[in-house]
Ligand binder design. Structure first.
Ligand SMILES: Nc1ncnc2c1ncn2[C@@H]1O[C@H](COP(=O)(O)OP(=O)(O)OP(=O)(O)O)[C@@H](O)[C@H]1O
Ligand SMILES: [Mg+2]
Length: 259
């Protein structure tokens, strides 16, 4: 097993990032490793809590917004450092300590420049938090902005989820370029093919070789995921022998997340 295991799960919008993050979490829980696990929702849309079936109090974006308002209202606390106070509030209100893993969601800032500020905060807090965990799984937003902003600078394993759309491959290629441009030093870079038709699998392998990714595996279309999604049942409750869970278990082995 590779430890620490810090992974960012990226890719085109709707390619299956959140599904992969949720199922990797499920596999870790099922495997009963001794790991300390942090799951991060880095997507401003904050879908992951629902997909995992967990409740969160506040996102980082919400805490930052409240903090701003309170400082506008009153000129309190000129005597202590604002960033230390903000960090304290985020740890108190945003970090959910659950039975099998801890969870934090970035959320969305309001107003111009806010998102960037929230992202910068997330980077700062993650840099500190990450050292407390042996596994960190980050479900990222669809855009490529986070790579520019170096949210991924602690990441040692990159997972790009691709579906069969051309756009999805283009996004993966662009991510590969940005990693080089930004100078991110990521030791393991994988693609996960999601819902790729059997006829396109060879193509996926040759394309990955060219671009510089290793194929971690393929997650087939799983009707149970759609059913759970329609009924609003968390993906952590998928049966251990469902098609997608079996596939993600093999992926987890391939990328050394589990033995
Ligand atoms: N292998 C699969 N089989 C069946 N349904 C799937 C599969 N993978 C993903 N889905 C469904 O497709 C939709 C998009 O997946 P998901 O939310 O994981 O994508 P995403 O990349 O996180 O999207 P976004 O960019 O909006 O965050 C979801 O409704 C999900 O349940
Ligand atoms: Mg998502």
């Amino acid at each position: 097993m590779k430890r620490p295991f810090i992974t960012s799960i990226s890719g085109k919008g709707g390619s299956g990032k959140t599904m992969v993050t949720a199922l990797l979490t499920k596999i870790l829980i099922e495997h009963e490793t001794d790991d300390t696990i942090l799951v991060v929702d880095g997507d401003p849309a904050t879908n992951l809590p629902e997909v995992l079936g967990i409740e969160i109090r506040k996102t980082i974006g919400e805490v930052v917004e409240e903090f701003r308002k309170s400082f506008q209202d009153q000129s309190l606390a000129a005597s202590f450092r604002k960033d230390a106070l903000l960090e304290y509030l985020i740890m108190r209100d945003c970090l959910a300590e659950l039975k099998y893993f801890d969870f934090i969601a970035m959320g969305r800032g309001e107003g111009e420049g806010c998102y960037c500020f929230v992202n910068a905060l997330l980077v700062g807090i993650l840099s500190k938090l990450i050292h407390n965990y042996t596994v960190v799984l980050m479900d990222m937003e669809a855009g490529l902005e986070h790579l520019n902003r170096r949210t991924d600078r602690h990441v040692n394993t990159l997972i790009i989820v691709v579906d069969s759309s051309k756009m999805s491959f283009k996004t993966a290629e662009r991510i590969r370029e940005i990693i080089t441009e930004v100078g991110l030093n990521i030791s393991d870079m994988y693609v996960v093919g999601n819902k790729i038709p059997q006829t396109d699998i060879d193509k996926l392998y040759s394309w990955s070789r060219e671009v510089g990714y290793e194929v971690a595996g393929i997650v087939p279309y799983d009707p149970l995921i759609e059913e759970f999604n329609t009924k609003g049942i968390p993906l952590l409750k998928l049966p251990n022998n469902s098609i997608a869970v079996e596939a993600v278990r093999n992926i987890a082995k391939k990328i050394s997340l589990i033995d």
